[in-house]
Design a protein around this ligand. Structure first.
Ligand code: GDP
Ligand code: IMO
Ligand code: MG
Length: 446
């Protein structure tokens, strides 16, 4: 079998994503499943890679040709020359962060000419970041039920989406690049709502910071909805890249310990203007264990030496904030729920190499509830989920070094058995397996 990275074209079978249709790569857990790696791997064959939700709270690390790239706002397709990297309307854009990320890529010799940003994406302002910080520190250390801090990335995500919904004082990328009175009026109104920030900066100070950013981004701003429809109508394929992940989805995740957008595949139509009927293939990316950054329940969480070992072997420190990620066994209850919500057509299972060498591996197949009953249904509410005790199935471990395996046949039988159990429980076939961070360390399970 040809290793996935050597086929030249995208390893997604063209029959599962016909010309004129779209595919998606989404996270099935609490983030950091390895979405960036799979977007990068699948990007050839797609005319555009599109972010539709979230903002610079995402952190996607890609290892390609011995070089490491950390992307936050810019779609991972930027690393594939000739592919458009589209930031669609559902994303919240921090202009200073975007320009810094662009310049960082340029300094590494990456061709960034494929970037296109929707004029209808909302702008993360400095006062949104300040409010995110203030809310987090006001609630930190005062747990009352679920009224605690969330452990956000402090990138201003929640306040920006909140002001998008409030509408009156929101600033969109189109306003930023248009500048002039419209921008001034909106900033003035917004600063009336953020008085502590206004006192420090003032309208003129803030506008002076925003104007050069607007000028820098003006050439890349467009109507991305028409752009994507034009591509699809001419028979091109489009790949959506989820930021954050399903269990952090504002409507379907573990509220209130979630982010502020629809990060599952359900967010694609609203966040891009491309209807769900175009979506032919959904690749659900998942680790063979669980991680979580920030607060909120995680039934299979473990600590002590084993958690430490997995964290170190997997490099489980946040790409965006550097925080150590919480570690747990694989939660198949959560996984089946996420696969269902996303309509996943294929699983990409990552980090198999990280578990290699353990004597045994556990997977959670049900929850025991406080009244002593059991359920195999996920509880997407933080209070309910906090009361769930995992019921485990124990599987045999497998040999320590699988990083060089390039086909399913080369994997130890116990590793194949674990993959089989995952597919059976999720009711979705395994399409890809990751045995290391590099593009090359991927097995296509065709
Ligand atoms: P994302 O946010 O879902 O794109 O994931 P992150 O990039 O935040 O975190 C995943 C990390 O795991 C990155 O450092 C990847 O380079 C790395 N990674 C991806 N797949 C594998 C894998 O199969 N094995 C190992 N060891 N690392 C992987
Ligand atoms: P990627 O795309 C892991 C988490 C934060 C916090 C909560 C809300 O790299 O998988 P926010 O700043 O969005 O208001 O924080 O969501 N979070 C992520 N955790 N990976 C991510 O993105 C995340 N994006 C948000 O840690 O608990
Ligand atoms: Mg990440």
């Amino acid at each position: 079998m040809t290793p996935a990275h050597e086929s030249g074209a995208s390893p997604i079978d063209p029959r599962s994503c016909p010309r004129g249709s779209a595919a998606a790569v989404v996270g099935l857990q609490w983030g950091d499943e390895g979405k960036g790696k799979f977007v990068d791997l699948l990007a050839p064959g797609f005319a555009a890679v599109v972010r539709y939700n979230g903002g610079a709270n995402a952190g996607h690390t890609i290892v390609a040709d011995g070089r490491t790239f950390a992307l936050h706002l810019i779609p991972s397709g930027i690393l594939r020359p000739g592919t458009r990297a589209v930031i669609a309307n559902g994303v919240v854009v921090d202009p200073a962060g975007l320009v810094a990320e662009l310049e960082g890529l340029e300094s590494k010799g990456v061709d960034v000419s494929g970037l296109v940003v929707s004029s209808r994406a909302h702008v993360v302002m400095p006062y949104h970041r300040a409010l995110d910080e203030r809310l987090e520190s006001a609630l930190d250390g005062t747990p009352r039920g679920t009224t605690t801090a969330i452990g956000t990335t402090k990138r201003g995500i929640g306040p920006t989406y909140a002001e998008k919904a409030i509408r009156m004082a929101a600033v969109r990328v189109g306003d930023l690049v248009r500048g002039g009175d419209v921008l001034r009026d909106r900033v003035q109104l917004a600063l009336g709502l953020h008085d502590s920030f206004a006192a420090a900066s003032g309208v003129d100070g803030l506008l002076a910071d925003l104007e050069p950013l607007g000028a820098r981004l003006r050439p890349v701003v467009a109507d991305t909805t028409y752009l994507l429809h034009d591509l699809l109508s001419s028979g091109e394929r489009v790949l959506f890249e989820g930021g954050n992940a399903t269990l952090l989805d504002i409507d379907h995740g573990t509220f209130p310990y979630v982010t502020s957008s629809n990060c599952s595949a359900l967010g694609i139509p609203a966040g891009s203007g491309v209807p769900g009927t175009r979506l032919a293939s959904v690749v659900g990316v998942m680790k063979v264990y669980t991680t979580r950054v920030g607060l909120g329940p995680m039934p299979t969480e473990i600590d002590g030496d084993l958690a430490h070992e997995i964290r170190e072997r997997g490099g489980e420190y946040g790409t965006t904030t550097g925080r150590p990620r919480r570690i747990g066994w694989l939660d198949l209850v959560a996984l089946r729920y996420s696969a269902m919500i996303n309509g996943a057509t294929m699983l990409a299972v990552t980090m198999l190499d990280v578990l290699a060498g353990l004597d045994e591996v556990r997977v959670c197949t049900a929850y025991e509830l406080p009244d002593g009953t059991r359920t195999d249904r996920f509880l997407p509410d933080a209070v309910d989920l906090a009361g769930a005790t995992p019921v485990y199935e124990t599987l045999p471990g497998f040999e320590p070094d699988i990083g060089g395996c390039r086909s399913m046949d080369e994997l130890p039988a116990a590793a194949r058995r674990l993959l089989g159990r995952i597919a059976e429980h999720a009711r979705v076939p395994v399409g890809f397996v990751g045995v290391g961070p590099d593009r090359e360390q991927t097995i296509a399970a065709g």
